[in-house]
Design a protein around this ligand. Structure first.
Ligand code: SF4
Length: 181
């Protein structure tokens, strides 16, 4: 990341995750105000923006890539991004969403939409993205520049990573977080 960048154009995305990593981002509390002058948040579930920008300095991905909408958006964001972070264990390793992988999609559908359903059991096919056969960590889909582990990564770790990037340095997240932290 260039040290000449003073205000980063940033996007965050929440694919197959629980939103806990984004909640941890918000847990930075008043430190968000400290970061605000250095960041333009152009696309994120935290802001009301619907269009993926063409150019971004930093993209932060929460969650595994589990369906064709996840895949489309992560590919588009990677194309736009100079630097991409996999934030949290789901993005880094697949974690909870990938627990379905050894079972296969059909038994999961049967459990969720037939065995657990009393009224009109059916698999939704309209207006929902198609599930990929496996829930994938982000690096199995696109190049990831930095892996920030934790479930979720603590707010202090996110703050450390962002302040280092803003300062033009690539941080070592292993100093401040770990798998399952
Ligand atoms: S890493 Fe943990 S907190 Fe983050 S999306 Fe996955 S389950 Fe939720």
């Amino acid at each position: 990341m260039s040290d000449t960048i003073t205000k980063l154009k940033v996007a965050t995305i929440w694919v197959d995750g629980c939103s806990g990593c984004h909640m941890s981002f918000l847990d930075m509390d008043e430190r968000i105000l400290e970061l605000a002058p250095h960041i333009d948040m152009l696309y994120s579930p935290l802001v009301d923006s619907k269009i993926i920008p063409d150019e971004l300095d930093l993209v932060i991905v929460e969650g595994a890539v589990s369906n064709d909408d996840d895949l489309h958006r992560v590919l588009a964001l990677r194309k736009a991004a100079k630097f991409m972070i996999a934030l949290g264990d789901c993005a880094v390793s697949g974690n909870v969403p990938s627990m379905r992988n050894p079972i296969g999609t059909r038994p999961c559908f049967d459990r969720a939409y037939f065995e657990m359903t009393d009224i009109n059991p059916q698999i939704p096919t309209k207006h929902v993205p198609a599930l990929l056969e496996n829930a994938l960590p982000v690096h199995q889909v696109v190049k990831v520049d930095l892996f920030v582990q934790g479930c979720p990564p603590p707010a202090d770790a996110i703050y450390f990573v962002l302040t280092e990037l803003i300062a033009g340095r690539v941080p070592d997240p292993a100093k401040v977080t770990r798998f399952g932290a």
